[in-house]
Structures are given as C-alpha cells and as structure tokens.
Design a protein around this ligand. Structure first.
Ligand code: A3P
Length: 846
C-alpha cells in the first residue's frame, strides 16, 4: 500500500546553475588565482585592526564576526578612541587596518592620521575602507581631497561583474555576472589617476529615479565602479574601497581576497575546502517520507556526478538497522535497493534504534551498538567503524564517558562530529577537540532537517534554498570553513530530494564563482587533517553542562552539575595553603574535595593532564549536595596560581567561582619551596645550595635551571594576578596575606567568611589554638584536642644568607612594585613585608 505523500509526489527540483565559464557557454577563458605571498620578509602579525564608528555599530560587528569566522584575530577600536600600540619590537601588530567607514579615516585628527599613515608605510600595511552613505538626502558627489578620486553616493544598482584582469582575485573567479538588484544604496568611484584599478562594475538600476533613459550605456554598459583599489602611488599606502557594506554576498568573497592581497598573503586562506556529507537516519525515517528505489538511484547518480567535481567524494550513510524495512512497500524496496548499492557508499553506525546513549543504562547502550553491528554483518555491509555519530548529539558534548568507552570497545571509533561544541550558536565559533582518543570535529548545518522534506518546508521555499546556496549562508559556510561536515537526513533524499539539489547547486555555484578546490577524505583522515590545521584545538575546554540549555538536555538526568567548587584556593605553593585548607574544612558549612590518591588533598585538575580525564573525573571528587546550597564546596591546588592555562579553564567551567590567593614575601616563599624540595629528597635541591639555584645563569645544568624557574616564577605575583584578572573580575578574587594567616588566623578567617558569604559565620577563636611546640596555630577538634599540620609543614631550616637576600630583592623589585599598585584593585592593604621591600629598594623615599 502506498502512502499519499508517495503517490502525490511532484517531480523534484533540478539544479539549474550554469557558469558563464562553462566550456559550452561564452567566455571559456580562465584566470589563474592571484599570488599574494611576498618574498620580502615582512613582519606582519596574523591580526587585523578594525576601526568602528561606535562599539555598538551593526556593520562594525558584522565585519568583526566575518573576520573571526575566517579565524583572523581582530582588535576593535572606536574611531573616537586613541589607537592601541601598532607595532612592537620592529614588527607590525596588524596586517591590515579596516575602517567600517572610510570617511572616518579621511577625517582623523592630524596626529592619529600621521600615526596610521606612517605605520602603514613603514610596515607595508594596507587599508580596507567601506563607504557609508552621507546623511544628506538624495544622491551626492564628493571629491576626495588629495586623492584624485570622486565618490558618488546613494545609487541604486543592479547586476555586477568583476574586473577580469585584477590580480587581487585569488579565491574569487572573475568572469561571472551577478544578476539582480544589489541590496541597499551604493557609492561608486570615478578617477582617471593611474593609482586606481577598478575592481567591480555595475549598472544603474532601471528603477532608479535619476536613470537617464536616453543614454543606452546606463542599461548596457557596466560603467559604475562599485569597488576600487588604490595602489598607493599618491601616498604610499595601498587601499581597497567598497561602495557598500558586507551585507552583499559578493563583498565577503572580495573581502577574503582583499585581506589576503593587502597583507601579502599573511591573512590568506587555503584554496582547499574539504566537504563531508553525512546522511543520517538511514532506515529510520517515518513511513511516507523515506526513500524509494528512484530516490536511491538518484543518490547513486548524483554521487557519480559529484565525484567529478569533489575529489574523493562519497556519501557517508549512518544506519540504524532496527528500522530496516519499516516503510511502505515502495520504501521497503528502497531499503533493499540501498543494500544492493551498499558498496558504493561509506557506512557508519548509529544506534540500533536511534536511541540517545545518555538516556539509557550502559548495558542497554552496549547491546544497541552490538545489534547494529550484527545487522551489518548479516546484511554484508562493510562498516567504517572508526567514524560514528550519536543521535541528536547525545553524549558527544557534554561528554558521556560510557558512550566514548563503548564506541571504542564495540567499533574502534576514532572520529565523530557534533554541532554542540563549544555551543551550537554562533555557528562560526564551533570548534573541534580530542577526548579519550576520539577526534571530535565541528559539524555545520545546511538548513536541511528531518522535517525539510519538500521545497516548501524550507524557509522561503526553493527561492530561500537558492539564496542560501548562491552566496547565502550555506555558501558562506564553505567559504569560511576549511573543513565542512554537513549533516543531512534520509528524508532529504526522498520526496523533493532537497539534499541532492542543494549539493549539486552548491558545488556548481562554488565552481562558477571561486577557485576553491573541493575535496573529500575518509573521516579519520579528515580528523587528522583538521587537527594538523588547528593543533591548538586538540585540547578540550570543559564548560558547565547546566549553563547552556541545549547541553543541559544532553546531560543524564541522574547526574547533577552541582558537584563543582564554589571557590578555589589557587596558591601559590608554600604560602600556607594547607593550613588555610584545614581551617576552612573545620567549618560545618564548607566542604572540601575528597583526597586524591596521588596528590593528597589537592586534585590538580586544571593545571595537569588530569584535565583530559574529563568532567566526571573532576566532579567525582566532590560530594553530592543533599539540597542546593546546603554546603559550600571548594578545592585547593597550590599550583593553579602561576599556571598559564588555569585561569582560562577555571573561568570556562566555573565562571562564578570565587578565587582565593595567598601572598607572602616571594623571596621567603622561594626559600621555603627550596627546603620543601630538599625535604622530598629532590636530588638537584640536595646537591645545590639555595644561592646557587637562584643565581644560576644560562650555562647552568638544565636541571638546575628548571628548579630555579619552579622556585622563582610563582613569586612573580603581579604577572600571574594580571592573568587571573583577564578572566575574573577583581571582586571575585580575595587575597590572604600569609603572614597574617600565620600570626592572626582568626581575623583572616573572619574576613574570608565574609567574602565567601559562609553561613553561619563562626568565631574561629574557638576552633584554632596556638601550639607552642609546633610554633603555629592548629585546629581544635570536637574532643578539645588540637590537630596540627604534619612534619612537612612548618619545618625548621636556616635563615636566608645575606647575598641571596640581596639578589632576590633586586630580582623581585619590579614585580613587587607592580604588585603594590595592583593590590588596590583587590581592596587589599599593602602588607608589611611589601612596604619594607619597596622602602629597601628605593633608598631615601618613604
Ligand atoms: P614552611 O614549611 O616553609 O615553614 P603550603 O601549605 O602552601 O605548602 O605552605 C606551607 C607553609 O605554610 C609552611 O612553610 C608554614 O610556614 C606555613 N604555615 C602557615 N600557617 C601554618 C600552620 N598553621 N601550620 C603549619 N604551617 C603553616
């Protein structure tokens, strides 16, 4: 029996894009992509300076996001603000300068203008400028003083073509004509000076009021120059000017080439674009929306055609065997046909019944994976087991550890893909990461979902789909993303076969308008390629699954996000962190992490390889709260303070956590650390005197130099605090002065409780008692006895020799001065030791 949607099916739309450069059409000439890289050794950073009209300006934001989507780092500055330093150590910090409004460049005050122009000339930096329409009504012509250039504003234009001979084009393939009205009001350029090269031409819209019908060339001649290059013959600064903003699709491709051209290839993108197409839900679709025999044949035929344009192309079919032959008669024949053609495709496993692993017990998930594996065996499907995809992104991110484990056990999975890392939106920020040996690649969307069955289901119908392909969102994704993995669904290949229409049209459009080379690779090779391109992404950045609604839905219901610290004592080492930890743990409303087998009271998650063990591993150190806020959770790991990566990782996972830092004289801290190493029988510390360690020079043995760095670097307090301030507001950071903790712990604990908002606030005078034998305060137990820290804390060693004291005073001088300035932002008083140090190094000053 046939379902109505099958019998009533109209003919699927047929891709209709033709290039002017198609051999059987006009203009078979082909221009080789421009070469932008220079042999000169130019010192340009991979960064752009963007001058916006105001921080909130819409166009400014659009330009910034576009540059970011190309992975170009952007420094944004408002036109009214002072420019940031442009160069450092004889190299340019910005490879190009972009003006959201070129007029703002022309109207810069003379000091800023000189600064920018000199920088551009000295470092061969070019300027990109967008022309914004002036406020005055009607069209308007202005002459740009000193530049032999006339700009005419607010024209309405239609159709556009590019200067075929310009060497700016690299990604863009000139030769096509874009037909239709150009969005918005346009500025056009006119000049006879040889410094100018016209880049794009358009013609006046026939709707335009001032259109002169008596002059035929208005209609037929492309005589309006919408974009121009100034080679810099007049002022030594190359510039590329656009007669409108980036909202016109062609301007984005022109911008890609502009950035590359003006930066001598520094901001150049590869011409290679890898594409992977996954067809999800094989056998899963509901009866009536699945593939029939004809659809399967169309899939095969399209794959054959695509293979000519996309090197190595093959559809990846993700199957769930549990739904085999569950459609109507026509569709069941379609299932069988798919199996007949099984060897033409690359198959990957889904779950047996498309279940989301994070919602089921581990043994059920394992059984589902194995049933799907048995199905493949029974039906002679040779599955590419190293790639898989989880239904609805389940378990990929946030990571569901059992799923990764079973993937590897059952299938030997090495690669997967998701849209959920770090977040679904904005799409251009999606990234990859590696966890537990599985490469997770970012996946893109092409607007085709399970429910996009007919063209009318697409937003804006077939025209909407065409817009996305012809310069719109889908095209932009391929333009800006070196490796695009698109997820489509079985239903997009039956019915109106929208996926086939989309793919063929997209490939043709890219071929018409760009020199991009379309390629495809098996998923694991694509994974290697991805992390070869972006090695910095290998490391994951864990975020709180409950901070984002989509992640929360993918987090197992039996798990909480509550087992995370409310505050962290970050060190540095030897400043009294263990004493503080034990004092805090004495409070009935404060709970520390469980001890670690390897590192005792410290977890050392954010600073070490433990980070790669994942969130579950970390959360397991914290008790489950019985009810929200019933206790304050904390951990202390004294190495966090001076680690490069820790502030960023902590703020990603627990952005609202409070941070507690302890500070003491860094010279004394260094001595205490040295004796700590000797106590732990470090051979280098045992064989080298303190003075020799701290004064070791370049030619010292590497072991000594390593020890020196670990001994002295944590004491560069200001430098580390500034890094914490990059990620946390000062009011979230509390400073404890170690001397006060040692001598007057009761008032330290009083202040700390206030900062942490601990309830009830207790009087620590009842819980801490000075122990004359230990020489330190110790915790008073319920039994009334005191419990002091072990032998390794507060041990006896000789005082520092005078020469070392002098050396370290000089060594820390600048850093201590910086610290004294920084302390004010934490509302912290300057401690006695610091006053003393500053006095000693600035004789004569109080
Ligand atoms: P020394 O052992 O060099 O004296 P950390 O726990 O961060 O490694 O710091 C150890 C230092 O804490 C000790 O260094 C000691 O001086 C100091 N400290 C402060 N209060 C203490 C206390 N109540 N008990 C023991 N040590 C304390």
């Amino acid at each position: 029996m046939q379902s109505p949607s099958v019998t009533q099916r109209a003919k699927p739309p047929v891709p209709h894009i033709r290039c002017l450069s198609d051999p059987d059409l006009l203009n078979p000439e082909v221009q080789a992509p421009g070469k932008h890289k220079s042999n000169e050794r130019l010192q340009l950073a991979h960064r752009a300076l963007l001058v916006v009209e105001a921080p909130s300006s819409r166009n400014g934001r659009k330009i910034k996001h576009f540059l970011n989507s190309l992975r170009i780092d952007v420094k944004v500055v408002s036109k009214s603000k002072t420019f940031p330093p442009l160069s450092s150590k004889k190299s340019a910090r910005y490879a190009v300068i972009v003006f959201e409004n070129y007029n703002s460049y022309l109207k810069l005050d003379s000091w800023s203008r000189q600064l920018i122009d000199k920088y551009c000339r000295d470092y061969h930096v070019g300027i990109v400028g967008f022309i914004r329409p002036p406020r005055e009504e009607g069209t308007h012509v202005s002459f740009v003083d000193g530049y032999q250039l006339t700009i005419q504003y607010k024209l309405e234009l239609e159709d556009i073509k590019l200067n075929f001979d310009s060497y700016v084009w690299r990604v863009l393939k000139p030769g096509e004509v874009w037909k239709g009205f150009l969005p918005g009001k346009w500025a056009v350029f006119h000049s006879n000076h040889s410094t100018y090269q016209n880049l794009a031409y358009s013609r006046l819209s026939s709707h335009f009021l001032e259109f002169d019908a008596s002059d035929d060339s208005y209609l037929h001649g492309f005589k309006y120059v919408t974009s121009v290059m100034d080679k810099g013959e007049i002022d030594g600064i190359p510039k590329i000017l656009f007669g409108n903003d980036l909202n016109f699709w062609l301007h984005t491709v022109m911008m890609v080439d502009t950035l590359s051209y003006l930066s001598f290839g520094k901001l150049e993108l590869s011409l290679d674009r890898y594409i992977q197409i996954d067809v999800d839900d094989i056998f899963v679709g509901k009866e009536g929306i699945r593939m029939t025999v004809d659809d399967v044949e169309a899939l095969v035929a399209t794959q054959d055609r695509l293979q000519k344009d996309v090197d190595g192309f093959q559809f990846n079919l993700g199957y769930s065997g549990g739904f085999y032959l569950s459609g109507n008669d026509d569709e069941d024949e379609g299932d069988k046909k798919l199996l007949e053609h099984r060897n033409k495709f690359r198959w990957f496993s889904h779950m047996w019944k498309h279940e989301q692993p994070h919602k089921f017990p581990d043994d059920y998930v394992e059984n589902s994976m194995r049933l799907n594996k048995d199905f493949a065996k029974e039906h002679k499907i040779s599955v590419y087991g190293q790639y898989t995809v989880a239904p609805h992104h389940s378990g990929v991110y946030p990571v569901h550890e059992p799923m990764y484990k079973l993937w590897k056990e059952v299938w030997g999975v090495k690669t997967t893909s998701t849209e959920e890392y770090p977040k679904l939106m904005p799409a251009w920020q999606r990234r990859g990461f590696i966890h537990s040996g599985v490469m997770v690649l970012p996946r893109q969307t092409c607007g085709l979902f399970t429910s996009t069955i007919f063209a009318s289901d697409y937003q804006g119908g077939l025209q909407g789909l065409d817009t996305a392909i012809q310069g719109g969102e889908t095209f932009q994704t391929v333009l800006t993303t070196p490796i695009s993995i698109f997820m489509t669904h079985l239903s997009n290949y039956g019915n109106d076969r929208l996926a086939l229409y989309m793919l063929e049209s997209l490939v043709r459009f890219i071929k018409c308008w760009t020199n991009l080379r379309l390629l495809s690779l098996p998923p694991v090779e694509l994974g290697f390629k991805y992390f070869e391109m972006f090695p910095q992404e290998k490391e994951p950045v864990w975020t709180n699954p409950c901070d984002y609604y989509r992640h929360k839905e993918l987090w197992p219901v039996n798990k909480t996000c509550d087992r995370l610290p409310d505050f962290i004592v970050v060190g540095p080492q030897k400043t009294g962190t263990t004493a503080l930890y034990s004092f805090l743990s004495r409070h009935s409303s404060v709970t520390s992490n469980k001890p670690s087998l390897k590192t005792f009271e410290e977890i050392q998650f954010f600073n070490s390889n433990n980070y790669y063990l994942g969130l579950d591993w970390y959360m397991d150190f914290f008790p489950q709260r019985k009810k929200p806020n019933d206790t304050i959770l904390f951990e202390k790991s004294a190495n966090y303070f001076d680690s490069e990566v820790v502030p960023r990782r902590v703020s990603a996972l627990v952005p609202r956590a409070k941070i507690v830092v302890l500070l003491m004289n860094p010279a004394k801290r260094a001595l205490s650390w040295y004796y700590h190493m000797r106590y732990h029988k470090d051979p280098t510390a045992l064989n080298t005197s303190f003075h020799d360690i701290i004064t070791a020079g370049e030619d010292a043995p590497s072991k000594v130099k390593r020890l020196q760095s670990r001994c002295l670097a944590p004491g560069l307090y200001a430098q580390h605090l500034v890094r914490w301030l990059d990620y946390f507001p000062a009011k979230q950071i509390h400073i404890v002065h170690s001397d006060e903790l040692k001598n007057d712990p009761v008032s330290v604990m009083e202040n700390l409780q206030k900062f942490l908002h601990v309830e009830p606030q207790i009087n620590y005078a009842r819980y801490l008692r000075y122990d004359p034998v230990k020489g330190f305060y110790c915790v008073v137990l319920d039994s009334g006895q005191t419990e002091c820290l072990g032998k390794s804390k507060g041990h006896k060693y000789p005082p520092m020799d005078k020469a070392s004291e002098r050396h370290l005073r000089r060594y820390y001088k600048k850093h201590n001065t910086n610290l004294s300035k920084l302390l004010a932002s934490f509302n912290s008083e300057v401690p006695e030791w610091l006053k003393q140090e500053l006095k000693e190094v600035t004789p004569g000053k109080s």
